[in-house]
Design a protein around this ligand. Structure first.
Ligand code: HEM
Length: 500
């Protein structure tokens, strides 16, 4: 998005700060500036759409997140009704309609607790269809937190369109991380980090860290068993593997020696205040550098097009979308292969469609590099991409509303002793780190992760040949090794979970 006006392939971009040449009225100047802005068109230009898609998904996350904050309550304290009656967890035994809600067997809901008898107060229409959820260790009732009730009760049951907004938030978060990874790896393999765009790489790297920070802090907010224990494991990682500063870092993250109410406050504050502010700042910087330096042209790129690549990618994505659920016997939209197909499909469809609707201007000899006007050809293609992605997210949110994973969605009651249930694991994007920790000693795993981060950050410095316009085979091999390593650890992690 928003490439430099000087993005024609040759010569390298001049400084757009030279300003518009025609008209003096600001609107006329904007028109003139837009009219001169061009985006390189070549066989690899498909990859230019992933940065814009990431930006769109980030905006969607902010919008849906803002709506969620209207009803979310960041408190791990036991929930009570408006008249102060305590609430307890109850399990629905058979499908029933009560009030405006439909419940299915296995749903866990919050009902008022009779403090005298220690049993839930079952409304007349629910008699015989619910049972009190008992704690596995003490046999007592489980008191869900205000945070859990605000998510599973208020947002998922009481608020109109609540499940839709929550599902859009969760699905766009997963797609955002997937597009971000594709964007980063494509920028790497196209050597887009080479001079003068080193700062684009660095600001992008910081954005990657911030987005992973969003994912980590947001995970705890529903305050269910999966969220609680996964965060406990994640936060204790520095404690057990980094002697010295590790325990201090873990305590600072948790706000104490264990995950509790203070941790929830910290994660919430980071998720809705600190991280968004930092992300907005770095997105602005990233786009500012993009405006200054323009989009790069990959070394050795020749012809325009990329239809063959797009069609092949689309074909593979469609095949995965059909074959994977059949092979697994279940449709899980967050299974990594399905998710990857969902990321690639909108871009490919939009790219192919837009090529028909807003074609590039043919270069006279048909071989040299061409370019397309940013306004309206490229922006039209970008918008089409966003529209298709939005369609996929909303369709998923309606057809397969996000429900969390049972039994991981059970509420956590901090007033009782807690035992880590089996099968606790992180989301797909942290699985590589989780598996690394299981496979090698903790300190070694942390050193590997720090080296990986430092190596990614230093890519523009490591690749000296790219600045001279040469493609280094060593860098390609390194990039493939990292991609295969991360994917391998992820698959290994899931296989180990499946085999216990
Ligand atoms: C929230 C995260 C991010 C957003 C919203 C974002 C947005 C964008 C946009 C809109 C573009 C222009 C279109 C394109 O080339 O795709 C771009 C280009 C670029 N981004 Fe990002 N980006 C993000 C993260 C990253 C990351 C993690 C990296 C790498 C570590 C990165 C490195 C680059 C580079 C090097 C370019 C220039 C591409 C070229 O010249 O061909 N970005 N980004």
């Amino acid at each position: 998005m928003i490439p430099s006006p000087s993005n024609r392939p040759q010569p390298e971009p001049e400084n757009p700060g030279s300003g518009p040449r025609e008209g003096h009225h600001p609107l006329m100047e904007l028109r003139g500036w837009l009219a001169r802005k061009h985006v390189p068109e070549h066989r690899h230009s498909l990859w230019y759409y992933f940065g814009g898609l990431t930006l769109f998904l980030l905006a969607l996350m902010v919008a849906s997140g803002l709506l969620l904050t209207l009803y979310y309550e960041p408190s791990a304290a036991p929930a009570v009704t408006s008249d102060g009656t305590p609430l307890a967890a109850a399990r629905v035994l058979k499908g029933l309609d009560w009030g405006e809600h439909h419940y299915v067997a296995g749903d866990v809901i919050a009902l008022p607790l009779n403090a005298r008898t220690g049993e839930i107060i079952v409304p007349a229409g629910m008699k015989g269809a619910v049972e009190t959820v008992k704690d596995g260790i003490t046999g007592g009732v489980i008191r869900p937190s205000a945070a859990w009730v605000s998510v599973e009760g208020t947002i998922m049951r009481d608020v109109e369109f609540g499940p839709l907004v929550r599902s859009v938030h969760v699905y766009s978060a997963n797609l955002l991380i997937a597009t971000l990874l594709i964007h980063m790896f494509s920028a790497f393999f196209l050597r887009a980090y080479r001079r003068p765009r080193g700062l684009m790489w660095v600001t992008g790297f910081i954005l990657l860290g911030l987005i992973l920070g969003f994912a980590f802090t947001g995970y705890l907010l529903p305050w269910n068993t999966l969220a609680y224990f996964a965060t406990r494991i994640g936060v204790s990682l520095p404690e057990s593997s980094m002697p010295g500063i590790g325990p201090a870092a873990a305590n600072a993250l948790r706000g104490g020696t264990d995950v509790g109410d203070a941790t929830l406050t910290r994660m919430y504050s980071a998720h809705v205040v600190a991280l968004p502010m930092a992300a907005i700042l770095f997105v602005i910087l990233h786009l500012l550098f993009l405006q200054i330096f323009g989009l790069s042209i990959p070394i050795g790129a020749r012809r325009r097009g990329g239809r063959g690549l797009a069609a092949s990618l689309g074909g593979i994505a469609a095949a995965v979308l059909i074959a994977w659920p059949i092979a697994m016997g279940t449709f899980d939209p967050l299974a990594p292969p399905v998710l990857a197909a969902f990321v690639v499909l909108p871009v490919v469809i939009a790219y192919l469609l837009s090529g028909m609707a807003a074609p590039a201007v043919e270069s006279p000899d048909g071989t040299s590099l061409g370019s397309i006007p940013f306004y309206s050809n490229f922006i039209y293609r970008d918008l089409l991409c966003w529209l298709v992605a939005f369609g996929i997210i909303v369709t998923l949110a309606i057809a397969v509303p996000w429900r969390g994973q049972n039994p991981g969605s059970m509420p956590v009651d901090l007033t009782r002793p807690l035992a880590t249930p089996p099968g606790i694991h992180p989301e797909w994007y942290f699985m590589f780190a989780f598996q690394l920790l299981r496979a090698v000693p903790g300190t070694l795993a942390v050193i590997c992760l720090i080296l990986l981060g430092a190596g990614i950050l230093a890519v523009p410095l490591l690749d000296r040949r790219a600045a001279r316009g040469e493609r280094s085979t060593a860098m390609t091999v390194l990039g493939i090794a990292v991609a295969v390593g991360l994917a391998g650890l992820t698959v290994w992690g899931y296989l180990s979970l499946a085999t216990g």
